[in-house]
Design a protein around this ligand. Structure first.
Ligand SMILES: Nc1ncnc2c1ncn2[C@@H]1O[C@H](COP(=O)(O)OP(=O)(O)OP(=O)(O)O)[C@@H](O)[C@H]1O
Ligand SMILES: [Mg+2]
Length: 786
């Protein structure tokens, strides 16, 4: 590691006033007025259509005028940043002066850079920083962007996925890139690392309006701000109607701009012609479907194309339809580069997946798909190949919609509706979501311009699409805190961590949320009462005041369980015995709100009903007996999830066969495996408090779920580099445990594993296995993906 920051390099940063930037007039900087009487302006400006007030896209502000550390400027230059865009310049001055900021700008306007500067500047002054993102892929991108600043002696960390960083791993980290769940988890664990955090970045803060991710971010930001009065918050938002309200909530300087460094031309394609909003038109090559015409049109201009569709199946079928035509255009050089992508795909998993099989036939044509069927490492290979220009066209679901920097000259959103399971019919996508997808086009450093295209069948649809998605005023951000499920979880966490000790303090907390600013918290009353009743009746909170969590409540919050899941797991445990079969545990996990169920396909209902009838006597929880379980029909879906996990535990079944049987992708299996492993270890933790006998069985099951193995392989998988497939090879070759393997000779093991280097590493581990100080430990983080 490089030397500690506080000993490295000069720190004599000369402070400069907010307006002290030469040659620069801050035009739209406003202080958020917490008690302003005038209602903030709503729905200002158009979202995609650059209005007359758009600054000149060629306008740039020199870096020299800012109180940045000279070595920071040097690193920026080396990474290709020589000047700032006008909104960056507007935002940077207050940020470097330690003020909070709400920056609302179009996609691609370089918002992250302002956040990076805030973090690096603070870190050099000894204040820690956290960069909060909503998605793993974004976390990786931000982490990589921050890497060059390591040269200043700063330690950059990354946390995402199911595992928390330990206190030792956090030690010395100056800047942590984290998903919002991980920040919530660090707060719940009262991790002392958080105490010295001086600046927090909330990226994609408009996601406060997302019912899934919004409340966690809202509560975390509120908690952080209340813990530390002077906390600097840098919030980055898409163009929204009420960014002034967000700024007011965060007591932040408000910088909003319509500036986009790379012009984005929005348009609608109909009957062979692409009509842009500015009135210009581009006829497209007339071959194949609308998507094919548009993709070839983009390739004709030398760009790459990104297509968004609304189902995974479509990503594959559209990519296949495109592959022949795109492949015919490739040069010899590009074909060779695509072979490298194939080798990368082969390297990411121990076992082949269906998606990789499909990609193998597409990638040589310069086309690929990207969806949640892919595992995270597979997605990373596809993203990189597209970024490097090896893949000319990518067809994706919304997995690629947000925040990422991709070289897409033309983005084509084919579908603007999504099938709504609850309604049983398609619904129109929110404008903000479509605009996020369209905003992937025309990113600085990749393309001189971008084209954002929707597809219409007829004139009336064309008009509707324009109005709804291209010229509509931006949408507002509203809080999603008003939900019993949300309050149940967060009230427990607030009480368990000691942050709230009475109902009055809780109300005070809620008043300081974004919800509390926008609405009267009396409106939360009914939800709050229901949440409280649940927590008290189920023994998570003690009744009365001061508010206190029970041991069970503390454990639930620390384990990051949904309170409903915790109650279900505890109930199941009270009925478990050493002879409980694995499927009964798996069915328990699958029926909690912490594990997303699989949908039943037509015809599967009868199979699952029959399976239920057979399993019912062994199940620990049954829908007819438990009011907290989903109704019978939905329960069948959870049983299907349990059956999937059970199939995964049989390593003699291949991944391709399992995912084929359940009609899912390896990525879906992977996410459920990670959740199930985590729930099993939580359940084991609960069991340790009460019934030691089953805790051990749960630990073993958790290990088996992690690797997807029969019990007999559970020792071999403890060796690094050995997973589901290789442990089976070793076992079937006669090395059934580590002690026997330690006595094997290298050529024999190498013959079985097909790699001398791997065999050597494995034998080294096996031979030191019994040495007490070098005992083999479970590898962290990269579970089962090796
Ligand atoms: N001043 C600059 N000069 C050159 N390139 C820049 C500058 N600022 C940012 N960039 C580049 O612009 C690209 C887009 O930046 P960024 O990802 O921060 O956009 P964004 O505003 O966050 O967009 P989105 O809303 O889509 O997330 C990045 O590749 C970044 O490196
Ligand atoms: Mg961004």
């Amino acid at each position: 590691m490089s030397p500690a920051p506080r000993r490295d390099g000069p720190r004599d940063l000369s402070p400069q006033s907010e307006s002290g930037v030469p040659g620069f007039q801050p035009a739209s900087v406003h202080r958020g007025e917490p008690f302003s009487k005038t209602p903030p302006a709503r729905r200002t400006g158009a979202s995609l259509l650059p209005g007359p007030a758009t600054p000149d896209p060629s306008a740039r502000v020199p870096l020299e005028g800012f109180p940045l550390h000279p070595r920071v400027v040097e690193i920026l230059r080396e990474t290709g940043i020589r000047e700032l865009y006008p909104p960056q310049a507007e935002a940077l001055a207050p940020v470097l002066a330690g003020k909070s900021l709400l920056l609302a700008c179009p996609t691609s306007s370089g918002k992250s850079l302002v956040a990076y500067m805030a973090l690096v500047h603070a870190a050099l002054e000894g204040r820690r920083g956290v960069y909060i993102v909503p998605l793993r892929a974004l976390a990786s991108e931000k982490y990589q962007d921050l890497e060059p600043f390591r040269r200043l002696g700063l330690k950059i960390g990354l946390t995402m996925g199911e595992r928390d960083l330990s206190s030792e791993e956090l030690e010395g980290i100056d800047i942590l890139v984290s998903t919002s769940e991980k920040v919530d988890s660090l707060l719940r664990h009262r991790n002392p690392w958080m105490d010295r955090v001086g600046v927090v970045v909330a990226d994609e803060v408009h996601l406060l309006r997302d019912p899934g991710r919004g409340p966690t971010l809202e509560v975390s930001l509120t908690r952080l701000r209340r813990r530390q009065r002077g906390l600097q918050v840098v919030a980055l938002s898409a163009t929204v109607g009420n960014s002034q309200d967000l700024a007011r909530w965060l007591s932040a300087v408000h910088v909003a701009s319509a500036f986009r460094p790379v012009p984005l031309h929005p348009g609608v394609f109909r009957e062979g012609v692409l009509s842009f909003l500015d009135g210009s038109e581009k006829p497209q090559p007339s071959r194949g479907t609308a998507v094919e015409q548009l993709v070839h049109g983009a390739l004709d201009e030398g760009g790459q194309a990104l297509v968004f569709v609304n189902s995974r199946r479509s990503t594959v079928s559209v990519a296949s339809a495109l592959s022949r035509g795109v492949g015919a255009r490739l040069s010899e050089g590009s074909r060779a580069a695509l072979q490298e992508v194939l080798s990368d795909l082969d390297r990411v998993g121990e076992e082949e997946t269906e998606s990789v099989r499909q990609l193998r036939s597409l990638v040589p044509h310069g086309v690929a798909f990207h969806n949640a069927s892919l595992t995270n490492p597979e997605r990373a290979v596809v993203e990189r190949a597209f970024r490097e220009g090896k893949l000319r066209c990518l067809v994706a679901t919304t997995t690629l919609a947000m925040g990422l920097n991709l070289p897409a000259r033309r983005v084509i959103v084919r579908d603007t509706t999504r099938y709504d399971e609850a309604l049983g019919s398609p619904v129109a996508l929110p404008a903000m979501e479509v605009q996020q997808m369209l905003g992937r086009a025309g990113r600085p450093r990749y393309d001189p311009y971008g084209e954002a295209v929707l597809i219409a069948r007829d004139l009336s649809e064309e008009e509707e699409l324009r109005e709804r998605y291209l010229t509509a005023p931006p949408e507002n951000v509203e809080s999603r805190l008003a939900s019993v499920a949300v309050l149940r979880t967060h009230v427990l966490a607030l009480v368990a961590s000691g942050e709230v000790r009475s109902w009055e303090e809780l109300e005070d907390f809620l008043r300081s949320t974004y919800y509390g600013q926008e609405e009267s918290i009396e409106a939360l009353g009914a939800h709050l009462r229901a949440a409280r009743a649940f927590l008290e009746t189920n023994g998570l909170l003690r009744g009365g005041e001061p508010l206190r969590a029970t041991d069970f409540g503390h454990l639930t919050s620390d384990l990051y369980l949904d309170p409903v899941s915790a109650v279900l797991l505890r109930r199941a445990l009270s009925r478990a015995s050493p002879s409980t079969p694995p499927i009964a545990y798996l069915a328990t996990l699958a029926s909690t709100p912490d594990l997303a169920p699989l949908y039943l396909r037509a015809g599967e209902e009868a199979d699952m009903t029959a399976r239920y009838a057979g399993l019912a006597p062994a199940l620990l929880l049954k829908p007819e007996e438990d009011e907290l379980l989903p109704d019978f029909d939905s329960f069948l879906g959870t049983l299907k999830t349990a059956s999937l996990l059970e199939a995964w535990l049989d390593d003699r079944r291949t991944l391709v066969e399992i995912t084929g049987t359940f009609h899912i992708g390896a990525g879906d299996l992977r996410t459920r495996v990670e959740r199930a492993e985590w729930l099993l270890s939580a359940m084991a933790e609960l069991a340790r408090r009460e019934r030691r006998g089953v805790a051990r069985a749960l630990d073993l099951l958790s290990l088996r779920v992690r690797y997807g193995i029969r019990e007999e392989l559970s020792e071999l998988v403890l060796l690094r580099g050995i997973g589901r497939v290789r442990s089976r090879l070793l076992y079937d070759a006669g090395w059934r445990d580590v002690a026997t393997l330690a006595k094997a000779d290298l050529p024999a093991v190498s013959g079985v594993l097909g790699s001398p280097a791997l065999a050597e590493g494995v034998l080294d581990q096996a031979r030191s296995y019994h040495h007490p100080s070098r005992a083999v430990r479970l590898p962290p983080a990269d579970r089962g993906e090796a």
